[in-house]
Design a protein around this ligand. Structure first.
Ligand code: PLP
Length: 495
């Protein structure tokens, strides 16, 4: 039995804390050694209800008034590692979420443990400083006009896009923050890359524009926005006097990783006087790479853009940047009174209070991981990550495309690749079901984690090559595994 005072003392004991960190470090080291070499499952699959039951049991068996032991902490850390998705596994080639650089996790943990929250500079002075420095340097790499741009970090690409589009709405449609959309004589529209992430249409819903006001601009044969189609739409809207909130281009779009021709779109936006937004959540990091920088040519001309550092910059989620080409737009999204936060005795300080620019009041300091790895390794680390993963995706495509029983219709523009199993003479109408079933069995087997998508009614398997330690042998192994599963599926259907 322990007393409440003893228990509270122990909660903050530096010695206990150091033992827990040592234990976590030892287990994470063993975990990395295993999964980075591709051993063990990508995920110990079990039904969600089983996992929930297990998590509930661990809660219920917590000691009521005894002091916890290191053994208990050890077994709880084991539980977390055993039941999670192993993003660092070389067979994890699924979504655009990386196994972060481990050192980024270490710096992130420092911010988490000391709880450097942000809304006002005073509460997170170093977090604010790191964020501002990162905005300057990343904006410079992206090619925003030196000394003119501004930005912020927020919780994820979806909120980043929402924030940028809210800014566009408030700037383009004068009084809309106060008066709402009803005050406009004609409902405005949003012109969007056809494959744009669903958060863009959600933003239109949230902003009171209505998802019906989202106009999808057609794509070329590589699923990039077609400038001719955009021009025709802009001309038609302009002749009818219909206001445009923004044109939203992608660098790149989620399904196959297609990069829109940003320079051409920027020219059109300038010609028609329209706000140009780029969702570069995934692809902005290409700006670090000499080899792939051409993909984001023109990104620095956007009025607003976003970049998820928790995608191709390999830092822990969530760390999403919003950039404005003109610094004056940084306060246009949110206009509010919060006298207890923003101190009129030091008006110049408000510029460092990010609460004025973000949806969040208490904002997690998301810059620790990125600032830590950038300051340790230099920006070349991001070029290496882009080069390795984009390069392997092309090799993977060549290998898959050369198989008679596979189809991979789009040469990858980055590290996202779609493909499907389609043996000669296969029943085309059953191919969608077959590929979906293959994915389900792959995941449940723990051998691979891949994602999926549907394009024009055709179901594809999808991979994001996001672990720089994945090799072409991994892809060859995946091809074999898919064949084995398809045989098992066919056998189970005919049995
Ligand atoms: C192009 C694009 N934009 C936005 C998002 C949403 O970002 P987040 O998941 O950080 O909210 C994604 C997610 O994959 C994406 O691919």
């Amino acid at each position: 039995m322990s007393t409440p005072a003893e228990r509270l003392q122990q909660l903050f004991s530096p010695g206990e804390f150091a033992s827990a960190i040592d234990e976590a470090a030892a287990q994470l080291k063993a975990h990395f050694e295993q999964v980075l070499s591709g051993q063990g499952p990508v995920q110990n699959w079990s039904h969600p209800l089983e996992k929930i039951e297990r998590a509930r049991q661990r809660l219920d068996e917590a000691p009521v008034d005894a002091l916890p032991t290191l053994d208990r902490i050890r077994s709880l850390i084991e539980e977390c590692l055993q039941n999670s998705q192993n993003l660092h596994h070389s067979h994890y080639i699924g979504h655009q979420v990386p196994g972060p650089l481990p050192l980024a996790g270490v710096f992130d943990a420092i911010g988490t443990i000391t709880n450097q929250v942000m809304a006002v500079y005073e509460m997170g002075p170093w977090a604010t400083a790191m964020e501002r420095a990162l905005i300057e340097r990343l904006g410079g790499v992206i090619g925003l006009p030196k000394g003119e741009f501004a930005g912020l970090i927020t919780s994820g690409g979806s909120i980043a896009n929402l924030t940028a589009l809210l800014t566009a709405r408030n700037v383009v449609h004068g009084d809309s923050w106060k008066e709402g959309m009803a005050a406009l004589t004609h409902p405005p529209v949003l012109l969007v890359q056809e494959d744009a992430h669903y958060c863009i249409a959600r933003s239109a819903g949230i902003l009171g524009m209505g998802t019906n006001q989202v106009i999808r601009i057609g794509l070329d044969d590589q699923r990039r926005m077609c400038p001719k189609a955009l021009e025709a739409e802009l001309a038609s809207l302009s002749s009818r006097g219909i206001p445009v909130t923004a044109v939203v281009a992608c660098a790149c779009a989620t399904p196959i990783g297609a990069f829109d021709p940003l320079d051409e779109i920027a020219d059109l936006c300038e010609r028609y006087g329209v706000w140009f937004h780029v969702d570069a959540a995934h692809g902005a990091a290409a700006a670090f790479s000499e080899k792939y920088r051409h993909l984001v040519q023109g990104l620095g001309r956007a009025d607003s853009l976003i970049c998820d550092a928790h995608k191709m910059m390999h830092v822990p989620a969530l760390c999403a940047f919003v950039f404005y080409k003109q610094a004056k737009h940084r306060f246009a999204a949110f206009q509010q009174d919060a006298p207890y936060l923003f101190d009129p005795s030091a008006p110049g300080m408000a510029d460092f209070d990010c609460g004025l620019m973000t949806m969040e009041c208490t904002k997690r300091a998301a810059s620790f991981g990125l600032w830590g790895v950038w300051s340790t390794y230099g920006p070349g680390v991001f070029a290496d990550l882009v080069d390795a993963t984009f390069g392997l995706a092309v090799e993977a495509w060549q290998l898959i495309e050369s198989q008679v029983d596979f189809e991979a219709p789009y040469r990858p523009q980055c590290n996202i690749l779609v493909y499907r199993y389609l043996p000669l003479g296969a029943d085309i109408s059953g191919a969608n079901d077959m590929n979906r079933e293959i994915r389900r069995r792959l995941i449940e087997s723990g051998d691979f984690y891949v994602s999926q998508t549907t394009i024009g009614g055709v179901a594809y398997l999808r991979m994001t090559v996001i672990n720089p330690l994945t090799t072409i042998e991994t892809i060859a192994h995946l091809i074999e595994k898919i064949r084995q599963i398809s045989q098992a599926v066919s056998a189970s259907v005919s049995a």
